[in-house]
Every structure is written in structure tokens, then in C-alpha cells.
Design a protein around this ligand. Structure first.
Ligand code: SF4
Length: 65
């Protein structure tokens, strides 16, 4: 599966926690907003990370590639 590079636009995050629920370890709360804790390392994590992109209610998560 294709590598992904995630980025959270933290100013848009409403701290719903959906991303971290879907892909714990990839997303985590950092201060006032969620952020990428580490880039996905496995196909499963990449699938879950893409699900987080689709489910983020504020469209704060971007995939760079
Ligand atoms: S799903 Fe989006 S709005 Fe919700 S915590 Fe994650 S980045 Fe923030």
C-alpha cells in the first residue's frame, strides 16, 4: 500500500477525538489540539488513518501523498 504522510491543521481541530479512536498511536492530543503522533507504519494503520481523514468533522487532517 502507498505510503502516506499525514498532517493535522491544528487550528481547525475541535478535539472530538475521532482520529485517535480510529488510529490510536497515529493521532494523539497534544496541548490544545490533536496532532500526528507518528506516521502510519503498517497497511492497517494507513487504512485507519485514511478513515480518520474521511471522518474528521472539521476536515483538519490532510494526506500529503
Ligand atoms: S478527528 Fe479531526 S477534529 Fe476530531 S480530534 Fe481528530 S483532527 Fe481534531
Amino acid at each position: 500500500m502507498q505510503e502516506v504522510e499525514l498532517h493535522v491543521e491544528r487550528a481547525r481541530c475541535i478535539r472530538c477525538g475521532a482520529c485517535a479512536s480510529l488510529a490510536p498511536g497515529v493521532f494523539a492530543l497534544r496541548g490544545e489540539a490533536y496532532d500526528v503522533a507518528r506516521q502510519p507504519a503498517t497497511d492497517e494503520e494507513r487504512v485507519l488513518a485514511r478513515a480518520a481523514v474521511l471522518n474528521c468533522p472539521s476536515h483538519a487532517i490532510r494526506v500529503a501523498r
